[in-house]
Each structure stands twice: as C-alpha cells, then as structure tokens.
Design a protein around this ligand. Sequence first.
Ligand code: HEM
Length: 476
Amino acid sequence: MVAGLFSVVLVGLIVLFLGLIFTHFLPLLLKLGHAPRGSFGWPLVGETLSFLKPHASNTLGSFLQDHCSRYGKVFKSHLFCYPTVVSCDQELNNFILQNEEKLFQCSYPKPIHGILGKSSMLVVVGDTHKRLRNLALTLVTTTKSKPDYINDIEKTAIQIMDSWKDKTQVIFCEEARKFTFNVIVKQVLGLDPDEPQTAKILEDFLTFMKGLISFPVYIPGTPYARAVQARSRISSTVKAIVEERRSGGNCKKKGDFLEILLSVNSLSEDEKVSFVLDSLLGGYETTSLLMAMTVQFLGQSPPALEQLKSEHQNIRSIKLKNEYLNWEDYKKMEFTQHVINEALRCGNIVKFVHRKALKDVRFKDYLIPSGWKVLPVFSAVHLDPSLHGSALQFHPWRWENQSQTTCKKFAPFGGGPRFCPGSELAKVETAFFLHHLVLSFRWSTQGVDPPIAYPYVEFPNGMPLKVEPILSQSLF
Ligand code: HEM
C-alpha cells in the first residue's frame, strides 16, 4: 500500500519536473540561446561593480571597451540584480527609446524610487506618465513665451559673474551650480536668490543630491536616509509656498511654473510637489555640468574659443549698452550651438538610461527576453568612430550642416516619449552664460581635470578657473 502510494507520488513528481522543464526551463534555455552573447559574472551582483567602475566621461571605460570587443555592440550581462541586455548600438538604442510603453518601459532601480518619490516623472509609467508629461510640456511652452523668461536667465548670469570681479580664481562647478539653481528656483517657484526659502531649499537639495548617488540603505545617519529626509523637508517647504500662494500672499510673484500648477485640477497635491522636485533635480546638476564641460573643452581648443568669442562680439556689437539678449540674438548663436552639442557628445552627462523589456523582443539577430533589464548606452554611440570621425576629439565644426533633431547618432537628452523636456532651457542657460563669460573675462582652465563618470558625472576638483575681468568691456 505504502509502496503503491510512494510510486504514485514519485510518478507525480517526475511528471511535475518534466512539465516544469518543458514549460519553463526549456523555453528559458532556448531564449538564452537566442539572447545576445555575453557573461553574467558573479551570482547576484553579476557584473555591476565592473560596469560602474569610474572612468573619464569622454571615454568608453574599460568595461564597455572589453565587452564590445569580445561580444559586439549588443551583449548580455547581469546588472543591478537583473539579467540585462546592454546596447551600444545606435539603431537598437533608437528602437528601444521609440518603443517606450509598447515593447519597453522605463525602469529605474527601486532605491531611486525611494528618493525621488512614487509620483516622480522618472518613476511613473503608463497614463500617469502621459498626464504628468503633457503638463510638463505645457509648462515649458507657457513659461518660454513670457518676456521675463530669458531676461531672468541673463540677469542671473550677470549676477554670478559680478561676484567674480575681485577674484583671480573661481571653482567653476560651484559657480555654475549656483547659477543653474538660481535660474530654476526662479522659474519654478518664483524665488530670488537672496530669499530665505531659497537658501533652505538649496541646503536640503545638496543633501538630497548626495543621497541620490549613495549606497541605498535606509539606516539613520547614512547619506541615503538623510536624502529621504531632505526630500520630505523640501516637500514641506514647497507645500508651504503653495499654501502661501493659495491664500493670496506674495501676489507679485507671477508667471512661474507654480502659478500654472496651482490652476491645474488634474494633479494631486503630491504630484504637484513631485513635479516641482523633478524640475529642480532635472534642471540643476545636469545643466551646470554641461556648462563646465563646455568651458573645459573650450579651454583646450583656442580656435574654437576664438570663433565663439567673435560670434558673441558680433551679436553684442549691434546692441546698446545695458540691452538684454532676446530670442533673435539666441538664434544667431550658431557656432555656440555647435560647441554645446560637441560638449554634450564628448562629455556624456547621462551615460545610459534604464529600461525593461515588456515582452520578448526580436531585433535583428537578437532576442531580448521579457522582463530583462535593457540599458541603451548613449556614450558608446557618441564615441563610436564609425559614426563620428575622430570621435575622441572635441571638434565643434563637425555639427555644421547637420540636422540635430533627426540625428539618431546623438541622444544626450534621450529620445521618444521621454525626451528631456528641459533640453532647450539647458542650452539657453549655457549659451547666455558663455556670452558674458567670453566677453567680460579672460580666463583659463588649470591643469587636467577631466570629468569622471561614476557613472554620474563629476569634476573631481570642481574645475578651478583663473579669471581676469576685461575692464574695457563692461556690458552692463
Ligand atoms: C544638459 C542638461 C540635461 C541633460 C543632459 C538631460 C538629460 C535627460 C535625459 C537623457 C532624459 C531621459 C531619461 C530617460 O529616458 O529615462 C531626461 C529626462 C528628463 N529631464 Fe533632462 N536633461 C537635462 C536638463 C534638464 C532640465 C534643465 C530639466 C528641467 C527643467 C530637465 C528635466 C527632465 C525631466 C522632468 C525628465 C523626465 C522626462 C520623462 O520621463 O518624460 N532636464 N533628461
């Protein structure tokens, strides 16, 4: 009797085992057989540590270099605790970005959700993302059409450079951060740099930024835990500003994002606060890095600096003293745009973005299995010598006669339905700052301080800049 029962159980187990093999493991093995070549590395951590190994941001780094030469531009790996397909291929990157929500979906690691909050635009997907994004685009278009928009940017640049008059050296990254923070706080919350709320938000924001790039464990006292707390303090400050505005205080501050946000009924209070945080976060560090990279690359390329100077001298020569720049002037800054594009290409502020495959996806000879992480790596495309001649060289002239918007080999602001809504603001800020920097100062970078990808990008020494005012050339 017992023996009979035992055989039934045994047969049952064998059937179950075979069933599992046929329904799960065999398809998985077949899929793995069609997945790109590559290696998974160590259990659990996989190859994450080698992938994150710091390197100069205008180079590929040893991980991508080794893997691309061993397996080709698309390879499998195990990163951030998931089986992953890494793409250094221009066409696949573009395919991934254009098929957002159809075949792929934005998928940042969970600890990032903890810091950014569940309503952040980088975290939400589907209809919620569409709703927040439509609002972001409306806000960008509406604020851009206000006359104060570009004047405020220029006034902030002048203010920062006025504080350099008695100095012989500045730490450029710090100055650039002050500038981009003051611009975005003014645009989003209508706050001036000298208001107490601005200083409070900046202090919390710096803590928040440190946590964003720290090891994600929530133990009181760690940078991660401090960042989560700093986020909640910024939320409270923003909520207080919202309340103050609602109750009719501070009537003079009009024309900022907040004014429009307050009139929108389709967003919860939480979403509104998250929206403000996204704008501050997106508009602060990335743009200051772009400015620092532009200055660093120009410092090493005297012919490019000369041509840039002459473009800005021409624009200034037909303006009155004390006259601010306008959109027409901005349109004339053609070579400046080439310099900015080239700094974005060489500097690679955002090296890659996080996606996951929503279903099995076939692309060319590869199969990307459903549920796998997918990382389109922009820096690999930007530095690919088969797409950009002398790819490692800063050469702004390569952008002459190139259409930027349709240029698939250049994606510093991402692409598809998640294309960066702040791309133009970042470029206007950089162009206007450069205008005053090249016309009002003689300056030089000191030594070699290349930006390092950790993979978040940073100048280890903050980029010291020797400065000397050109006294004969007071514009204001
Ligand atoms: C040089 C400066 C900048 C760079 C290189 C940059 C880069 C990027 C990239 C690559 C993405 C796509 C992320 C993804 O697909 O997962 C993105 C998205 C985003 N950026 Fe920027 N950005 C810059 C400036 C700004 C500014 C100035 C703002 C705000 C004022 C901003 C706000 C955002 C937001 C809200 C998103 C999320 C968009 C979405 O998910 O639909 N960025 N940015």
